[in-house]
Design a protein around this ligand. Structure first.
Ligand code: ZN
Ligand code: FE
Length: 255
């Protein structure tokens, strides 16, 4: 039985997600930008929170942890590499380690780059990955702590997941990401269609996440460093994919 996903808008542009296993009644939350909307989403469904899964140390992903822990008794799990700057962890995680949401087994993927110690949570049976500020809808996180090659390696791991995978990312940045993507990949018809849908959703205040990996592979410029049209436009026909990615990321920083 697939896990049920609930998208919870938090703060001004953050997302947390509930992941619920109907078979066992187990519920986890991925990131806690603030406690109140998550507590309300749990109460509305009469779900009891067992786990708080943290993707990285930034305040806008962890600020509500202690309030939610106190209210629910949930155990907090996050990256071992980040243990010194995350709220106290009940379990420290590293790449390849197993996690579960009741009957559904998942795995930790190291996606460092935005920060060192950023992790993603992948559940292959349902086909969902929680990526926060690594892979985002039509974008990726800014590379603050890691290097460009590191971020490219992290995105490449996510890009290699099955294309049907649902991508649950951490922010509503899609409209700005779409405007930028159109400057990099203006002749991509799939991108034009998606951008129009994103602008319409944003205007109506509807979330543009989660998305499917196949859609990201077709339209997200940060996953398309190998694309001949993008390379030609950037004058980087002979560069490595990591170099093309780095150039696209630098242009986005200035956009
Ligand atoms: Zn962040
Ligand atoms: Fe963030």
């Amino acid at each position: 039985m697939p896990i049920e996903i609930v998208t919870i808008p938090c703060r001004s542009d953050n997302y947390a997600y509930l992941a619920h296993d109907p078979a066992t009644g187990t519920t986890a939350v991925i990131d806690v930008p603030e406690a109140a909307p998550i507590a309300a989403a749990l109460a509305a469904r009469d779900w009891k929170l067992r786990d708080i899964l943290l993707t990285h140390h930034h305040t806008d992903h962890v600020e509500g942890v202690e309030a939610l822990r106190a209210a629910t008794g949930a155990r907090v799990q996050g990256a071992r590499a980040d243990a010194h700057r995350l709220p106290p962890l009940d379990r420290a995680l590293a790449e390849g380690e197993a996690i579960d949401i009741g009957s559904e087994e998942g795995t930790v993927i190291d996606v460092s780059g935005h920060t060192i110690g950023h992790i993603a949570f992948y559940f292959p049976e349902t086909g969902v990955v929680f990526t926060a500020d690594s892979l985002m809808a039509l974008g990726c996180g800014r590379v603050f702590e890691g290097t460009m090659p590191m971020m490219w390696a992290s995105l490449s791991k996510l890009a290699a997941l099955p294309p049907g995978t649902l991508v649950c990312s951490g922010h509503e940045y899609s409209a700005a990401n779409a405007r930028f993507a159109l400057t990099i990949d203006p002749d991509n018809a799939a991108l034009a269609t998606r951008a129009a849908a994103v602008f319409a959703a944003t205007e109506q205040g509807r979330p543009t996440v989660p998305t499917r990996l196949a859609e990201e592979l077709a339209t997200n410029p940060f996953l398309r460093a190998a694309d001949p049209a993008i390379r030609a436009r950037l004058g980087m026909e002979t560069a490595s994919d990591a170099e093309v990615f780095a150039e696209i990321r630098k242009r986005k920083d200035r956009f």
